[in-house]
Design a protein around this ligand. Structure first.
Ligand code: FAD
Ligand code: NAI
Length: 469
């Protein structure tokens, strides 16, 4: 094989692409992974999961430090050094992206920095970041080009006054008033960061609820907790215009129903976070004839193959939740399939987490989904106010809710609002992968004192026999 000839060429080094590359290389495929960003890791490591979690962590420590006196810890006045916090964020990004480069090298994946275009099945041109071009040939090609911010029609995102998540991860000063359009995951995570650092935060949402898709009971309680933290909500409102002024931005809002008066909202920064869309520009899909659906997602079969033989796609650019761990699992499954091994992704058991304080985490079906499907189910719920560890930690907001089949007791969904919910949901995911019943979780010994005892108690509550409630 020549230097430019590969078994597998992957376009995009995000969690979907680089993980697919690592697994393919482990399985003996000569693999190249191309990215135009300069650093590997995709949206997730560079401008998504990792920087947002760094700021969520740092801002939560800042918020906790202000209340350390409650535990008898005297700190004096707690001050924010935003520049240093941003440097802390950057060191987290660098550590992770360098780690990915190291892993690609270790596994003998060729990391190519440049913008890739498909020219024909099996052919990829790369405009190298360092200048020059390369023409690669491959037995198989994987498109893992991820997603980009969905714009709000008529509103220009200048990343100064009116920003996307990119701008909101890098403000050079704490906004006095941050208006957020969209009460989804990005809006509430980044809203939490800037609220904790001192901003007034107002979230404008089109629907009459926050976090669509999340179990409604959980979402309602989540909103109540966020309101207690000082985040303001304007639900059932659509943004009809936004104008960046010299020192502020002005939003025009109208009732989502269409009935009623327009109103205005002035803030010094506006975050537009109304979703993300597949990123396929400049890839040459039209020339090769790769089919997309009406939402712009690349269509694939169960093994991630597009309509063109030898061209595959995965991650945010195809259907399904836009989550890093979903993209990673697809990367592994596709590499194994291409190496002739059995593989599959269980889309019924993909956890979701919102990394606020408290966290929100879920896996499986919500109550609304079970009702819509006509499934009879039982509910077991246990509040953290009744959990010993939550009491001493001062993290009593929230509950665990387990939904189990009314006839078989099989766990159908687990929903947690509470500190460390994102870690606790792993137990539920494992249980569901093994088709556990609520009884199985209830009979499993959980260490004391831990927050996970609330999961066991919720499982007991499915059968009406929680012990500490
Ligand atoms: P991406 O990570 O988007 O990677 C695609 C890569 O392809 C990019 O690096 C891009 O430069 C490259 N590319 C595109 N076109 C070309 C081309 N023509 N040539 C070469 N390279 C190209 N998910 C979670 O699970 N947990 C979280 O906590 C979380 N937090 C997030 C926070 C924010 C603010 C955002 C925006 C997203 C967050 N996500 C989170 C979502 C997560 O980032 C995505 O689901 C994930 O990155 C998708 O992985 P991917 O590999 O499909 O694509
Ligand atoms: P989102 O889909 O989570 O939420 C968008 C919100 O905007 C919804 O509530 C929607 O009803 C609302 N909306 C849509 N149009 C609107 C309009 N015109 N006016 C007012 N509200 C409007 O999208 P978000 O927050 O941008 O995040 C994109 C994706 O990134 C997430 O869905 C998720 O897949 C991923 N992500 C995951 C994270 C995690 O796993 N912790 C963190 C951040 C992002």
């Amino acid at each position: 094989m020549s230097d430019d000839s590969f078994d597998l060429v992957i376009i995009g080094a995000g969690p979907g692409g680089y993980v697919c590359a690592l697994r393919a290389a482990q399985l003996g495929l000569k693999t190249a992974c191309i990215d135009k960003r300069g650093e590997p890791g995709g949206t997730c490591l560079n401008v998504g999961c990792i920087p947002s979690k760094a700021l969520l962590h740092a801002s939560e420590v800042f918020a906790q430090a202000q209340h350390a006196g409650d535990m008898g810890i005297k700190l004096g006045s707690v001050k924010l050094d935003l520049e240093k916090m941003m440097a802390y964020k950057q060191s987290g990004i660098d550590g992770n992206t360098q780690g990915v480069s190291f892993l690609l090298k270790k596994n003998k994946v060729e990391e190519i920095k440049g913008a890739a275009t498909l020219t024909a099945p099996g052919k990829v041109d790369v405009a190298l970041l360092d200048g020059g071009t390369r023409q690669l040939s491959a037995k198989n090609i994987v498109i893992a080009t991820g997603s980009e911010v969905t714009p709000l029609p008529g509103i220009e995102i200048d990343e100064e006054r009116i920003v996307s998540s990119m701008g909101a991860l890098s403000f050079d000063a704490v906004p006095k008033h941050l208006a957020i359009v969209g009460a989804g995951i990005i809006g509430l995570e980044l809203g939490s960061v800037w609220r904790r650092l001192g901003a007034e935060v107002t979230v404008v949402e089109f629907l009459d609820r926050i976090t669509p898709g999340v179990d409604a009971d959980l979402a309602k309680n989540f909103q109540r907790v966020l309101k207690k933290q000082g985040i303001k909500f304007m639900l059932g409102k659509k943004v009809t215009g936004a104008k960046a002024l010299k020192a502020s931005a002005k939003l025009t809002l109208a009732p989502a129903s269409g009935d009623g008066e327009e109103e205005t909202l002035t803030a010094d920064r506006v975050l537009i976070s109304i979703g993300r869309r597949p990123h396929t520009q400049g890839l040459g899909l039209e020339a090769v004839g790769v089919v997309r659906d009406s939402a712009g997602r690349i269509e694939t079969d169960a093994h991630f193959k597009t309509n063109i033989d030898g061209i595959y796609a995965l991650g945010d650019v195809i259907s399904g939740p836009m989550l890093a761990h979903k993209a990673e699992d697809e990367g592994v499954a596709l590499a194994e399939h291409l190496a002739g091994k059995p593989s599959h992704v269980n889309y019924d058991v993909i956890p979701g987490v919102i990394y606020t304080a408290p966290e929100v985490a879920w896996v499986g079906k919500s109550e609304e989904e079970l009702k819509d499907a006509g499934t009879e189910y039982k509910v077991g719920k246990f509040p953290f106010t009744a959990n010993g560890r939550a009491k001493v930690n001062g993290t009593t907001d929230g509950f665990v809710k387990i939904l189990a089949d009314a006839h078989t007791d099989k766990v159908l969904g687990v929903h947690i609002l509470g500190a460390q919910a994102g870690d606790m949901i792993a137990e539920a995911a494992v249980a569901m992968e093994f088709s556990a019943s609520a009884e199985d979780i209830a009979r499993t010994c959980h260490a004391h004192p831990t927050l996970t005892e609330a999961v066991k108690e919720a499982a007991l509550a499915v059968d009406g026999r929680a012990l500490h409630m």
